[in-house]
Design a protein around this ligand. Sequence first.
Ligand SMILES: C[S@@+](CC[C@H](N)C(=O)[O-])C[C@H]1O[C@@H](n2cnc3c(N)ncnc32)[C@H](O)[C@@H]1O
Length: 243
Amino acid sequence: MPRPITPARPVNPRGGTSTQRQRRGTLGGKSESSHRWRFFTEYLAEPTTVGAISPSSPGLARALCTHFSRRTGPANVLEVGAGTGPVTRHIGSLLGPEDRLDVCEIQAKLADFLESSVLTTEHLAPAFADGRVRLLRAPVQEIDRENHYDFVIAGLPFTAFALRDIKDVFKVIRRCLKPGGVMSYFEYVALRRISSQVVLGSKRRRKRIVSAYMSRHIKNHQFDRQTVFQNVPPAYARHLRFD
Ligand SMILES: C[S@@+](CC[C@H](N)C(=O)[O-])C[C@H]1O[C@@H](n2cnc3c(N)ncnc32)[C@H](O)[C@@H]1O
């Protein structure tokens, strides 16, 4: 049985009162190294949710947006797992006046950071102010749209997820994509193979089951892939269609 899905809650553009922001521990600061440090501290706090020790490089962000950048008309885009926003910024730089973007992030502190330091930047601020860009502070599993998005660009750490969660996420993404829509996501080169060799027992079994599930999706639905060596670690940007 699929889990019940409730609507994702768009955020108040001002992000609540200053006391609420303080309680949630708003992340400030804008330099590249501070982004990395914030990302790393969130990884330490929730390693299986964040699933990476460092944000994606500009090269990986570009690769993930390959098909969005080639669109021929206005598009609805969903970014899932935006973190500190390297991919969000790149999507923002490509956003046209009739495009719409929903940015989904489960972690409150990272969502605060996106709101204060990414959605306020040059390319995104006007569209965030007029509601064409929205921040969804919720797990992607709660998005209840159907046939709505032309592109879903995901930064989720699938290999750290339980199989049931991966299945739920794919089900939601397939439901909310329009026919012919494209899902793009990344995974680190060889990570699945290496991680299923270095763990033992039931963990190894779990990793192998997850890897087989991901491989099946790739075999059945991937139509394009880039290898990005200018990323730490090197990564594949994968592009899938489900129909
Ligand atoms: C590997 S990080 C990627 C961050 C960013 N996109 C990048 O490329 O640097 C994964 C992000 O997904 C978020 N995340 C994990 N599970 C999620 C879920 N179920 N729904 C929405 N976001 C999720 C994490 O909080 C984290 O910010």
